[in-house]
Design a protein around this ligand. Structure first.
Ligand SMILES: Cc1cc2nc3c(=O)[nH]c(=O)nc-3n(C[C@H](O)[C@H](O)[C@H](O)COP(=O)(O)OP(=O)(O)OC[C@H]3O[C@@H](n4cnc5c(N)ncnc54)[C@H](O)[C@@H]3O)c2cc1C
Length: 393
């Protein structure tokens, strides 16, 4: 996420979308409404198929390049960066696990052509944030399936064109015996069951929904969801979320930096009071960026290596590294924004003006909850009991 991985054309396209997202970010946050201007711009710039291969009309970008787009968007509007990250995670699952299935391949080509937006329905009432557990189950009806899922938190559930959903394989399957299914909008009944009036990430529009899905059996992924999660969903999730979060933290530091420079101009010859704290927060941002770049680079290398990288990609050591990235970045982001607020003082505390940081601080607090850090740390704790190498990459 160093800002150097995209072609000049793609980097410029992402910046154009970011400018639109930034112009609407405060209103999106205030009204807890979907950033539809930024979503339209992403489609107009043809960025929706970033993780899809060229053979189906995608951009065939690597995970590190997509993380860079998430960062650019996250700097402008964290909700937009997060929504784009969530969409690309779904595209990556289709690209890595669906190309061998004619119906999923056709869908991916249509998705790229029409620049469709895909939402993710993993969380469920009764399972909380445990990705690897489902209560709802597929029921086969001839050559079609049907299920009902009560989702606790479904981002842009009303705005999405289509959905990828985790369900148990059938009514007799264990909670972890899950499959991933594509549900087209026309095959879904999506009933909103609550409001999305939250502290932050208000533009992701993620209330609970009752979700009834049907579709042809060809929309069920052949790979077990456990494999899809380990090989694609978890690596893409933690790397792309981290990309969006680096963007959020970077914008907070940029605001603090402009504040200090403005103060410095008023008192030529002496460093303003916030200058030392700016130096401190700049080093915190560098540490966050370094940790993201390190894991992102390794994920990129392993995914590009295909079969040769698979053992390492799905190893306990790398799972720990990915989880550590999520838990540490979500904490670092809050600390960085809090430091930036200390530098800007009242100008940061106000909800208006060029140094306002309330939105950043509220958005930043979502990171530790978006799949609870406690849950992830407990998973890590049990993995560390059996992991023989020194923890870390
Ligand atoms: C902005 C945002 C957008 C989201 N978008 C989507 C989306 O599009 N699709 C989707 O499916 N989900 C989405 N989610 C939901 C997310 O993926 C998790 O499912 C959700 O954050 C889980 O939180 P929870 O509080 O319901 O459950 P839990 O993770 O169960 O956490 C509740 C609390 O209980 C504790 N806890 C409970 N169980 C355990 C355990 N086993 N181990 C340790 N601690 C535990 C934790 O301390 C935690 O604080 C989104 C969440 C956010 C914040």
């Amino acid at each position: 996420v160093s800002g150097t991985l995209l072609s000049p054309e793609l980097a410029a396209a992402a910046e154009r979308v970011a400018a639109i997202a930034a112009a609407h970010a405060d209103e999106v946050d205030r009204d807890a409404r979907f950033p539809h201007e930024a979503a339209a711009a992403l489609k107009a710039e043809r960025l929706m198929g970033a993780a899809a291969p060229r053979s189906v009309g995608g951009l065939e970008l690597g995970i590190a390049q997509i993380a860079e787009i998430c960062q650019t968007l996250g700097r402008a509007c964290a909700s937009t960066g997060m929504a784009y990250a969530m969409h690309q995670i779904q595209v990556a699952c289709l690209a890595h696990h669906g190309l061998g299935a004619p119906a999923l391949r056709r869908y991916l080509a249509e998705m790229c052509d029409r620049q469709l937006l895909i939402a993710s329905v993993t969380s469920e009432v009764g399972t909380g944030g445990d990705l690897r557990s489902s209560k709802c189950a597929l029921e086969a009806e001839g050559d079609r399936f049907r299920f009902v899922k009560h989702s606790t938190t479904l981002s842009y559930g009303e705005q999405a064109d289509d959905y990828l959903v985790t369900v148990r394989r059938d009514a007799d399957a264990a909670p972890s015996d899950q499959v991933l299914v594509l549900v087209r909008r026309a095959d879904a009944i999506v009933e909103k069951k609550g409001e999305w009036d939250t502290l932050g990430m208000r533009g992701t529009c993620s209330p609970p929904f009752s979700f009834t899905g049907t579709g042809p059996i060809g929309h069920v992924f052949a790979d077990a969801f456990g494999d899809i999660a380990a090989r694609t969903m978890v690596p893409y999730t933690h790397v792309l979320w981290a990309g969006a979060w680096v963007g959020l933290a970077s914008d907070a530091v940029a605001r603090a930096s402009r504040f200090v420079r403005q103060a410095a101009r008023k008192t030529p010859g002496s460093a303003p009071p916030g200058a030392m704290r700016l130096a401190e927060v700049a080093s915190m941002l560098q540490a966050m960026r370094a940790s993201v770049a390190y894991v992102t680079h390794e994920a990129d290398r392993l995914i590009r290596a295909g079969d040769a990288g698979r053992d390492r990609l799905t190893s306990i050591g790398f799972a720990l590294a990915l989880n550590n990235l999520k838990t540490s970045c979500s904490r670092q982001m809050v600390e960085i924004v809090w430091h930036a607020l200390g530098i800007c003082g009242m100008a940061g505390y106000r909800n208006t003006g060029p140094f306002a940081l309330g939105r950043h601080l509220r958005d930043a607090h979502s990171g530790a909850l978006q799949v609870s850090n406690d849950r992830i740390l407990l998973t890590n704790a049990s993995m560390l009991l059996v992991h023989k190498d020194t923890p870390g990459l």
